[in-house]
Design a protein around this ligand. Structure first.
Ligand SMILES: Cc1cc2nc3c(=O)[nH]c(=O)nc-3n(C[C@H](O)[C@H](O)[C@H](O)COP(=O)(O)OP(=O)(O)OC[C@H]3O[C@@H](n4cnc5c(N)ncnc54)[C@H](O)[C@@H]3O)c2cc1C
Length: 376
């Protein structure tokens, strides 16, 4: 496709966030939208996500984003015309620490006040849900029956195809190499195929958002952190479907994946620059944490693995805000380990802001300014 020379809005990055924003803009009647993607739709963090969807968050705006996401994934087939394999098999957090439990109690009160179904249950009830679970050190579990998972790749491809059907153009294989400016205003993007003028540029470049921000002299506090997923072969040593079980003490989590078990050790090591290849040295600590919690997993064989970069902010919350000091540049980035599940609601909010000047929900907790406030 020939590169468009101008657009109302140019979005940098065709991940879950960029494609959701494009889809939502076209739903609001804006057809003059171009998404520029250096690789392929969904090829960044989105296709590496475990697909998890949960209401257990500590900010009101995040719980609301989750509830709207769950409602969307439930009606996905009707709205998007394709399936996304949404399964509400629940999330089960295993808590081993009193301070952590106090935090969960506060968050559960917030979540239930907003209409979510989340319950604090006894370790024995957790074991009844997941036979074979070791709970000797568990003081309580938190059960979210509304939670589950869906296919990130199916979702991002559906956003993209509905955005295209609504008039948006998505250009793949084209990196944004610079941002054009006139004075304090961004006027478009630069690419090896030429420039695209735009009234608004959205930085939705995932873990690369800081690199795109720097093109306009804006610091975006996002660090990439590699996370591994290991998937067993078909395994009947656990009862399927098994909810997503998170061991809060070790960071390990696992869930059923069509008769197999998908698992991750959580975070090991620090931020990792931009390396997203599989380090097989991560298998040993993953299996150790797995067997500690679910001894039956000792008999499972690993079938395949992948790794991806989570775009982390210092406080583990995303950023939806105008860039300071640079008119026309919007930041939709840093959605950490929940950017897939929050992409639907985040896309709605950004599209509302860009078309009406106002977001539908109070998103001030996701502002960039919060970092400056905390630092001062
Ligand atoms: C192992 C793992 C498990 C995860 N599990 C979950 C989960 O269970 N649930 C959940 O909700 N989230 C999960 N996440 C987090 C989730 O993947 C991210 O938060 C989300 O995908 C971020 O979406 P995004 O659109 O911001 O970024 P991305 O999907 O990375 O999209 C950004 C795009 O921008 C492109 N880009 C970058 N620079 C440029 C440039 N200069 N020019 C043009 N294009 C550019 C990239 O190629 C990329 O396609 C997980 C992440 C990992 C790694």
């Amino acid at each position: 496709m020939a590169l468009p020379r101008a657009a109302e809005v140019v979005i940098v990055g065709a991940g879950a966030l960029g494609c959701s924003i494009a889809y939502q803009l076209t739903r609001r009647g804006m057809r003059d939208v171009v998404v520029v993607e250096r690789e392929a739709i969904g090829s960044g963090s989105t296709s590496k996500a475990a697909g998890g969807i949960r209401v257990q968050f500590g900010l009101k705006v995040e719980v609301e984003f989750s509830l709207r996401g769950i409602a969307f994934f439930k009606r996905f087939d009707d709205e998007m015309g394709v399936p996304c394999d949404f399964r509400q098999e629940g999330y089960l957090f295993l808590v081993t620490d009193e301070a952590d439990l106090a935090r969960f109690r506060r968050n559960v009160a917030l979540q239930t006040s907003l209409g979510a179904d989340v319950r604090i249950i006894a370790p024995d009830d957790a074991r009844a849900m997941v036979p074979g679970l070791r709970t000797d050190d568990v003081i309580a579990a938190v059960w979210g029956p509304m939670d589950g998972y869906a296919s990130p790749n199916d979702v991002v491809q559906a956003y993209a195809s509905r955005a295209r059907a609504g008039g948006a153009k998505i250009v793949e294989g084209t990196p944004v190499t610079g941002l054009a400016r006139t004075g304090d205003r961004v006027t478009g993007v630069l690419t090896p195929e030429g420039p695209i003028e735009a009234r608004v540029v959205v930085n939705a470049a995932g873990p690369q958002a800081p690199l795109v921000g720097r093109m306009a002299g804006v610091e975006v506090p996002v660090d990439p952190r590699r996370r591994h997923i290991f998937v067993t072969g078909q395994f009947d040593g656990v009862r399927h479907p098994m909810p997503l079980v998170t061991d809060r003490g070790s960071g390990f989590y696992c869930r059923s994946e069509q008769g197999a078990v998908l698992m991750s050790a959580g975070d090991i090591g620090g931020t990792t620059e931009y390396t997203a290849s599989v380090d097989w040295g991560m298998l040993e600590p993953t299996v150790r944490k797995a067997v500690r919690r679910l001894p039956a997993l000792e008999h499972a064989e690993i079938h395949h693995a992948w790794a991806g970069l989570r775009p982390l902010t210092p406080d583990d919350h995303g950023i939806l805000d105008w860039a300071p000091g640079v008119e026309g540049l919007f930041l939709a980035a840093g959605f950490c380990g929940h950017g897939f599940q929050h992409s639907f609601a985040a896309g709605e909010e950004v599209a509302d802001l860009l078309t009406t000047g106002k977001s539908g929900t109070d998103i001030s907790d996701l502002s960039l300014a919060r970092f400056a406030k905390k630092a001062s």
